[in-house]
Design a protein around this ligand. Structure first.
Ligand code: UT7
Length: 338
């Protein structure tokens, strides 16, 4: 989609945070029937970070990542107009963004959660860009944070080896139209395949109110369930199509892309997508060997690392794609303007 804009939007700064506890593949091989060799060959993951300190939560990680991004932007939290927290593992079903707002002292900001699993951060960037490009807001904090460790069945080798916890944040600021850095996007959802990856809610008992006036269903969320093979096939077939459509709408050729930043789910997916687009593997930004699949956090975590490593230069074109539960997938193309 090509945007018609009143003012430009650009990413000003990034920040990230991960828990201290590092769990290596060898340790997982002591709790489920797996091996370091299998995990590395099939996924590229070597270790992941898991939240285990009682006093820490997704709010701690999201706040820390945000404070780092604010510091890198030399920005006062009171200057933030809007906070979007992309997460599927909030501390409260009503959302956690408001608590992050309070924790970082961004008292002038409106704050809300956005739930779109591993595509959440891409949707967050695009949502923020709308508020800026139509002239409503000037400074927006977008956070991708997930603590899926609390929804994992730690006896299921199909899933427990894949995920890690973390948070990444970016500050998006308004700028002149000519300096616009959020160039365009392409988004998709296929709810018919929702069952392939979910944390389903199960109704398991009925409460009868006094005098049997009402029967009320109650239940609880179950563990994360994923049909890995089907999600893999979906990712490698649909993500290249989304990227191609988005680049075509912007008249950008794949050879003019400097960086490919995909949701960090599996090294084989990153390579297969790059292959289909004829984008060289050395343009792939990846850190999933150290963090595993951190869901909504994976893209901003990898972006922050690439910025710290000074990989990304001014005016570089970065193709960012998220994919996962929903099923939801999509692309945003940005040009680095700092
Ligand atoms: O974040 C949202 C997006 N998520 C994704 O994109 C994930 C997409 N899916 C994947 O990345 C891959 O499908 C997995 C990494 C989850 C699995 O890799 P795979 O190559 O598709 O393996 P598989 O499920 O086909 O399993 C192959 C074999 C099976 O054994 P048999 O039936 O061939 O005897 C599994 O039981 O590997 C076995 N297996 C394992 N063996 C050792 C499954 N998990 C493990 C394990 N350790 N952890």
């Amino acid at each position: 989609m090509v945007l018609s804009i009143l003012q430009g939007a650009r990413i000003l700064a990034t920040g990230s945070a991960v828990p201290d506890l590092c769990v290596k593949n060898e340790e997982l091989s002591k709790i489920v029937d797996t091996s370091n060799e299998w995990i590395v060959n099939r996924t590229g993951i070597q270790e992941r970070r898991i939240l285990n300190k009682k006093e820490e939560s997704i709010i701690t990680l999201a706040s820390l990542a945000s404070i780092k991004a604010l510091k890198n932007a030399s920005m006062n939290p009171l200057d933030i107009d809007l906070i979007i927290l992309a997460t599927s593992s909030p501390n409260d079903l009503f959302g956690s963004a408001a608590q992050v707002q309070a924790e970082i002292g961004a008292y002038n900001a409106v704050a809300f959660d956005l739930t779109a699993a591993c595509s959440g951060f891409v949707l967050g960037i695009i949502t923020a860009a709308q508020f800026i490009q139509n002239g409503s807001y000037h400074n927006i904090l977008v956070i991708g944070a997930d603590v899926l460790s609390k929804w994992i069945d730690w006896s299921d080798r199909n899933t427990c080896i894949l995920f890690g916890d973390g948070a990444g944040a970016v500050i998006i600021q308004s700028c002149a139209k000519e300096d616009n850095g959020i160039l365009g996007f392409q988004l998709n959802t296929n709810g018919k395949e929702a069952h392939q990856l979910s944390i389903p809610y199960e109704k398991n008992y009925i409460i009868k109110t006094r005098n049997d006036i009402l029967d009320i269903n109650q239940g609880q969320f179950k563990y994360l369930h994923m049909n890995g093979k089907e999600v893999y096939k979906f990712a490698v077939s649909q993500v290249p199509i989304s990227i191609s459509k988005c680049l075509k709408s912007l008249n950008i050729l794949p050879e003019h892309v400097q960086w490919l930043l995909l949701h960090q789910a599996n090294k084989r997916i990153l390579h297969a997508v790059a292959n289909r687009l004829s984008i060289s593997f050395n343009k792939i930004i990846s850190n999933l060997n150290k963090y595993g699949n951190t869901s909504a956090a994976s893209i901003p975590l990898a972006l922050d690392e690439a910025i710290k490593d000074k990989k990304i230069k001014k005016d570089d074109i970065i193709v960012i794609s998220g994919f996962g539960a929903g099923l939801t997938w999509g692309t945003v193309v940005i040009q680095w303007k700092c």
